[in-house]
Design a protein. Structure first.
Length: 459
């Protein structure tokens, strides 16, 4: 585990007597054990007070105290920032994440300090001087066996830990221990204590860092917390035609789609915002099916169909994203992807592609193709094949240079002015009509736009 430590940090720990009992803690220990390169290194220091800690760190770089009551000191050196914290006792005094009394206690033992952490896989410590792993609660074994287990009964004091469990299960492919699920179910009623910003943060980690997102959603279901996200819970039990969806109901299909999404190179190469947009769009793409699914006779057979689930899913997706306080910069892309996820089933004429790109904006046809591909891949045991309609749509949009952007109006106000128009209220309807004509393919360049304008003027 020493291999990934910044040399400056290792030297500091070895040469500073006051840091003789400073241990790496939390995620950096977990990540090192599974072979993931660490970027953030957090340390907990025992046996000294905050003043001694600051004096010990000051010669090495700039120190900043993050609330003296919490005993956290940030040390900034070129290229790195490290968090040094003192052990503390947390006592729940009221609802919500602010309802805690925090007492820094330098005399706390490492085992007592580790007991306040949420899951055993996050409760390990590492002594970088002696090369010793301090594992008081079986975290290494749980990590090897892919088990998500709460560290102590103190888990129940902060309901956010359940949502942390969701994203941890998805990121590290973990299955929750039965006793942890039971404890989560017992505190389901405390969900309302959580600030929506904290809920959003855990969902965003799920959307951007997952390896197996279905594991997190199954954890929520088994923990009795899926009811707090009714749009997702409603997918369970909604039947689908077994010929087209042999995998099962809409819930099962959605989970298969999400897991497939994580394997696509486009998702893996995307930045955090791009990943969040794609994951949330795939999660929500069939939100409309519970309200639209019906059994009808088609070609002499009774079939399960969901007509209109695309438009029906849009408002439901909006409601879900708003309740999670997902920023508009992301939500404005997610919703049009939900509303148009069957567009590959129509003829990709130039007119249709221009209008599709316009409807999707600020999302793109390239992103839509990823959502469609995940949708197609989420139907095991059917083979994972990109539908011809998706490939054709993406190719045609690429030829038109509309795969990654929407059409921009060719005719602008300054062109009207150059043609002798006096700025006024009639500008907007004319420009709107011009853009509609452009999308219909009436013209494709400025000369054509001006000819259209002159013809209109003469009329």
């Amino acid at each position: 585990m020493l291999d990934g430590l910044p040399p400056q940090l290792l030297r500091m720990l070895r040469e500073t007597p006051a840091l003789a009992h400073a241990y790496l803690v939390g995620g950096c220990v977990r990540d090192a054990l599974i072979g993931t390169e660490g970027k953030d290194f957090d340390l907990e220091v025992f046996g000294i007070d905050s003043g001694t800690l600051i004096r010990a760190l000051s010669p090495w770089g700039r120190t900043d105290t993050v609330g003296r009551s919490f005993g956290v000191v940030k040390l900034s050196i070129p290229g790195h920032t490290f968090d040094f914290s003192l052990p503390r006792r947390d006592s729940k005094t009221g609802p919500g994440h602010r309802g805690f009394e925090v007492d820094v206690d330098p005399g706390l033992s490492p085992r007592e300090a580790a007991a306040r952490r949420d899951f055993t896989v996050n409760a390990m410590m590492y002594d970088p001087r002696r090369g010793e792993l301090l594992d008081f609660f079986g975290g290494e074994s749980d990590l090897q066996n892919r088990i998500l287990r709460h560290t102590s009964p103190a888990f129940s004091e902060d309901p956010l830990r359940v949502l942390r469990g969701m994203q941890f299960a998805s990121r590290f492919e973990l299955t929750a221990a039965p006793e942890t699920l039971e404890l989560c179910r017992s505190i389901s009623g405390t969900y309302g204590e959580l600030a929506i910003e904290r809920v959003r943060e855990e969902w965003m980690k799920w959307a951007t860092k997952s390896v197996l997102p279905s594991a997190g959603l199954r954890f929520l279901r088994d923990a009795g917390w899926l009811e707090h996200f009714p749009e997702v819970a409603a997918l369970a039990g909604v039947k689908q035609d077994p010929e087209w969806h042999p995998e099962g109901d809409v819930w099962t299909h959605t989970l298969e789609c999400l897991d497939a999404l994580m394997t696509l190179p486009e998702w893996q190469a995307a930045d955090a915002a791009g990943r969040a947009i794609l994951a949330l769009a795939v999660l929500a793409h069939d939100f409309g099916k519970p309200a639209c699914t019906q059994i009808v006779e088609r070609d002499g057979r009774m079939r399960i169909v969901s007509p209109g689930h695309e438009p029906a899913g849009g408002p439901i997706a909006v409601s879900f994203l708003e309740r999670l306080a997902i920023p508009a910069s992301l939500a404005d892309s997610v919703v049009p992807l939900v509303l148009n996820h069957l567009a590959h089933l129509t003829d990709p004429t130039p007119r249709a592609i221009r209008r599709l790109a316009r409807r999707l904006a600020p999302a793109t046809i390239r992103q839509l193709a990823v959502v469609m591909t995940a949708d197609a891949f989420g139907r095991p045991p059917r083979p994972r094949e990109i539908p011809a309609g998706v490939s054709g749509l993406l190719a045609a949009a690429g030829t038109m240079k509309l795969a990654s952007s929407a059409p921009r109006p060719i005719l602008l106000g300054r062109h009207l002015t150059s043609e002798g128009w006096v700025p006024g209220p009639e500008f907007k309807p004319v420009l709107d009509a011009a853009f509609e004509a452009q999308l219909d393919g009436v013209f494709a360049d400025l000369e054509g736009a001006l000819n259209w304008l002159r013809t209109r003027s003469r009329g």
